[in-house]
Design a protein around this ligand. Sequence first.
Ligand SMILES: *[C@@H]1O[C@H](CO)[C@@H](O)[C@H](O)[C@H]1NC(C)=O
Length: 156
Amino acid sequence: MANPLLLGFTALLLILADASSPSAADSIHDLLRAYGLPGGLLPREVEYYSLDRASGDLEVRIGRPCYAEFDGTVLFDRVVRANLTYGGLRSLVGVTQEELFLWLPVREIVVSDPASGVILFDIGLAHKRISLSLFEFPPECTPGDDGGWLSGARDG
Ligand SMILES: *[C@@H]1O[C@H](CO)[C@@H](O)[C@H](O)[C@H]1NC(C)=O
């Protein structure tokens, strides 16, 4: 009954489906975990990312600016860049955190000692120590002000 050609074709389809499955959001979170960082550091809404494994150059596209709640509010830009190394996102661009009513750029996010249960946010004025448990799951990100996103969704 089993048709070898059909089986081969089915296998090919499965391979294609796997390669093109819309799992960018999942894989960036898995990537973070593989680098010793909590997967919930970036929101669910990540559309695309690219990593140059040699240099650590990471680019993450979120599609539109959005707000996520961890310990306070963090604003993600539509494009976030960082140097990804084991346990750290450095030279971070595109992430700001509200602190005492100011929006401060987050320069570094580092987990230097997982056993400590904390993650460090370098926001220039201070290193914030935040509980790692807040970053376990990718947060849902609330759309930020993107001058037109809310008025969008027209067919053309
Ligand atoms: C990232 O950091 C590593 C280690 O500090 C450094 O060797 C590398 O050049 C950096 N890459 C980029 C893209 O800045």
